[in-house]
Design a protein around this ligand. Structure first.
Ligand code: NAG
Ligand code: NAG
Length: 405
């Protein structure tokens, strides 16, 4: 008797809740929600911290627990019910700026440890930290002061010798590149696939791409414009197509090569990571009018120092990724930098590149490069919304030019 009574009560509760849910969904449909186009991956992203806190406070447990099983379009409908002092906005679970290597899968943890042991570039960091806290504003100033973004010049030994005469561009990159207002940095992430961001990317004053990332056949997702292409020395050295492929003939080219941690230009020249110099010269002979620069080898380590300074644990003693270098480069040339899919969006995937079918979680989380810590920094510097990261993989950073330090 008692038992059936309870059962009855329980089914009434369920009925009432279902009715409520149906009304909510119906109302939302009618409104033509902003999130209408959003396919929500409920399993991964539906955690709505603020809503949870709130409904727990008001005692409506059943609502809070059930709301975590509903797409977050519902929170929009629920939000008017909450006390007005708590401003409720849907929160999107995106990259956490305090991510730690402890959260990496075991394989990536052990790769990181191996790199720490190997210390291929003889890194001996003597600076402040680890774990120095900066406000985003202070960090921007710190980066500008400590990372000298410049190119190897024709007056730098041994590029001032007869062997190199006429090969390096005569003009400083600052006369060729920028200053620009809005710039886009387009990663090569697999999650750019089906992003439909092409038009938005092309609407920027300048677009930076990496290595052999193509635009042909991917215009819808990555756009068509290439203003700067940043390449690693491995590509220039070993990629047979590099000298002839028209992919490389648009925009300004910049190549970078990791030096030993303390090396100056002459020392690096004797012992580059990849000996790209001959191919560089060949390319220059074939395309003498296309600006093609060599990044000063100290710059990646100056940036690495800041990454180590602000990270609370030891970071891989390997140079930062091309992605991170490109972001800092554009911050020196542009007022505003929109970075696409460096911080993963809802489309996050283990597919490494949008133009290849190759899977590895290391591409997002980092193995060789201290990618995890780079993402922490970019998240800290981000002035855009979490929603932009979640939906478009877009982080928005202010450039250095208008900084008041
Ligand atoms: C940056 O490096 C260039 C080239 O070596 C040098 O001329 C310039 O003075 C440096 N700037 C700063 C702020 O250190
Ligand atoms: C090249 O630069 C080095 C170091 O600055 C200098 O000693 C040397 O005389 C220069 N060589 C030429 C040919 O200008």
């Amino acid at each position: 008797m008692f038992h059936t009574n309870l059962k009855k009560k329980f089914s009434y509760c369920i009925l009432v809740f279902l009715l409520f849910a149906v009304i909510c969904v119906w109302k939302e449909r009618k409104k033509g929600s902003y999130y209408g186009s959003l396919k929500v991956q409920t399993k991964e992203f539906q955690v709505l911290k603020s809503l949870k806190k709130l409904s727990m406070g008001s005692g409506s447990r059943s609502m809070s627990s059930s709301s975590t099983q509903l797409p977050h379009r519902l929170t929009q409908t629920l939000s008017p019910r909450v006390p007005s002092k708590a401003k409720l906005q849907p929160t999107f679970q995106v990259w956490n700026k305090d991510s730690s290597s402890k959260n990496l899968v075991p394989r990536l943890q052990s790769i990181r440890k191996n790199y720490l042991r190997m210390n291929k570039y003889k890194v001996s960091y003597k600076g402040p930290g680890p774990g120095v806290k900066f406000s985003a504003e202070a960090l921007r100033c710190h980066l500008r002061a400590h990372v000298n973004v410049s190119m190897v010049e024709a007056t730098d030994f041994p590029f001032n010798t007869s062997e190199w005469e006429g090969y390096l561009p005569r003009e400083n990159i600052r006369t060729k590149a920028g200053p620009w207002h809005r710039c886009a940095v387009v990663s090569s992430a697999g999650s750019l696939k089906s992003s439909q961001l092409g038009q938005e990317i092309d609407d920027h004053d300048a677009v930076l791409r990496f290595n052999g990332a193509p635009t042909a056949n991917f215009q819808q997702d990555v756009g068509t414009k290439t203003t700067i292409r940043l390449m690693n020395s491995q590509l220039v050295t070993t990629e047979g197509r590099f000298l002839r492929d028209s992919l490389y003939s648009e925009g300004i080219l910049i190549v970078w090569d990791p030096s030993m941690y303390h090396a100056d230009i002459p020392k690096w020249y004797q012992n580059p990571d990849y000996n790209f110099f001959n191919n560089y010269k060949s390319y220059r002979k074939l395309h003498p009018d296309q600006p093609f620069y060599i990044l000063r080898p100290q710059m990646p380590w100056e940036l690495w120092d800041v990454l180590q300074e602000i990270s609370p644990e030891e970071i891989q003693p390997n140079p930062p990724s091309s992605g991170m270098l490109g972001i800092i480069l554009m911050m020196t040339l542009c007022d505003q930098v929109d970075v696409y899919e460096f911080l993963p969006s809802k489309r996050k995937t283990d597919v490494c590149y949008y133009h290849q079918k190759f899977f590895d979680s290391a591409c997002t989380m980092g193995a060789y490069h201290p990618l995890l810590f780079e993402k922490n920094m970019v998240k800290h510097l981000n002035e855009g919304t979490d929603e932009d990261i979640y939906l478009f993989g877009k982080a928005t950073l202010s450039g250095f030019r208008n900084l008041r330090c």
